[in-house]
Design a protein around this ligand. Structure first.
Ligand code: 5AD
Length: 442
């Protein structure tokens, strides 16, 4: 029996892609291993969105090549593989194969060629590719990622993804629903729909509103999430579907990138500050109590202190539940490279620090106000440190509670009892005689 080891960097779609990649190899008789020393094929599924992500992969490849023995294959897949292609073979002589996001079907062939001593890169875009016939080898049962759209047709000037994942295409609604049904039948209760601009989903017949309603109607799907949406693709239809689909969770990750309309324009985002705020208001109107998280870039070319102040004030005005914050990283081949007025690294670094502090402060304020409230949580597993269980509210807040292993994968009603500012402690509600009365259900 041949063994495959895969390490995943970057976004949730990469996690889903790794499940597909292993799925391709399972059909060839492979099994997955968590031990690189025991693997016949070692793969690194990579991210190209920032230089830092690529540097981490390069240093990790330096370590993984230590596991190479005669007959073993080392491969780099994903967005960095697509971006660098054959250049990666030149740069890291121990790498046998390089495959971009549309080429995973070719993995068995490239492994066979590697055994013949041939090193190859497969970076052709296949705009029809959805891996519809490949059953993903999913690690987890209760919660599942379902890719509904691949590629990206937006042209944000900072972003490498259109160049690494190719043109946008959506799976057929019926195929997504069939997958959700199969998952639910096997015990999955939480489904996260994935796409680069997931709410621009359109399969020629159905839009994202149809998709939300259809997947939300699958018996057994208790929680429906999606990531990442694009702000201006929250049409009235999508808002109505969100509001009208009980399974759809009260959390949206809504990347803003900047609070300055001037910067947003240079980023070629399709909204200005006011429009973004209008989308926030519309979401809050449609789904009361909805949690909002975001992505923000600082130090984009031309960003002045005034622009940055606009970002800080937007953070304050929206009151995000959390935010991922990044220093702009210039990416080869992206339009932003041609923009002038680069922001010095120390200036960007200092802005990032101030932004992180503002985000933390706003999140803490929100979270402190939630202490004492009751929530349904999905118990996900043991927390990394300590003996507590880690659970998640529908609003995507992490709560730690005491409880037995039997609760893992089940839902409970809890009261939030305290917060660090970002995560919570919680207490099951059974003893308090709350509605439902039972601590653990389903
Ligand atoms: N530099 C910094 N951050 C970036 N992102 C995308 N491209 C870049 C870049 N060149 C961030 C955006 C996006 C998230 C996934 O990564 O905020 O939403």
């Amino acid at each position: 029996m041949r063994r495959v080891y895969i390490e995943t960097y970057g976004c949730q779609m990469n996690v889903a892609d790794s499940e597909l990649i292993v799925g391709v190899l399972v059909r060839e008789g492979f099994v997955r291993t968590d031990d690189p020393a025991a693997a016949d094929v070692l793969l690194v599924n990579t991210c190209a969105v920032r230089d830092h992500a690529e540097q981490r992969v390069l240093s990790r490849l330096g370590e993984l090549k230590g596991f190479k023995r005669p007959g073993r294959v080392l491969g780099v897949v994903g967005c960095m593989a697509q971006r660098l292609g054959p250049r990666l073979l030149e740069r890291v002589p121990q790498v046998d194969l390089v495959i971009g996001p549309d080429g995973y079907r070719g993995l068995p062939e490239l492994i066979a060629r590697a055994h013949q001593g041939e090193r190859a890169a497969e970076v052709e875009f296949k705009t029809w590719e959805h891996y519809e016939d490949v059953p993903p080898a999913r690690g987890e049962r209760v919660s599942a990622f379902v890719t509904v759209q691949r590629g990206c047709d937006y042209r944000c000037t900072f972003c490498i993804v259109p160049m690494t994942r190719g043109a946008e295409r959506s799976r057929k609604l019926a195929d997504v629903v069939r997958e959700a049904r199969d998952l639910a039948a096997a015990g999955t209760t939480e489904v996260t729909l994935l796409g680069q601009t997931v709410n621009s989903y359109h399969d020629g017949e159905h839009d994202f509103a149809d998709l939300l309603r259809a997947v939300g109607a699958v018996p057994g799907v208790r929680r429906l999430r999606f990531t990442s949406p694009y702000p201006t693709d929250f049409t009235d239809r999508v808002l109505a579907a969100l509001a009208g689909t009980p399974a759809a969770c009260e959390h949206v990750h809504l990347p803003v990138q900047s609070g300055s309309s001037r910067v947003l324009k240079r980023m070629l985002r399709r909204y200005d500050r006011e429009r973004y705020l209008a989308v926030v208001a519309a979401l809050r109107g449609a789904v009361p109590g909805i949690a909002l998280t975001t992505d923000i870039i600082v130090g984009f070319p031309g960003e002045t202190e005034d622009d940055f102040q606009e970002t800080l004030s937007l953070v304050e005005e929206v009151g995000f539940d959390d935010a991922y914050t990044f220093k702009y990283s210039p990416r080869e081949g992206t339009p932003a490279l041609k923009l002038k007025d680069h922001v010095a690294d120390d200036v960007a670094g200092e802005r990032l620090e101030r932004l992180v502090a503002a985000v933390r402060c706003g999140a803490k304020r929100k979270n402190v106000a939630l202490v004492g409230t009751a929530h349904e949580v999905l118990v996900e597993g043991r927390a990394k440190r300590g003996a507590l269980l880690q659970a998640r509210t529908r609003t995507n807040k992490v709560a730690l509670l005491e409880g037995p292993d039997e609760w893992i994968g089940t839902y409970a009603r809890v009261r939030l009892t305290g917060t660090t500012g970002s995560t919570f402690t919680a207490w099951p509600l059974e003893s308090e005689g709350e509605k439902g009365g039972i601590a653990v259900v389903g």
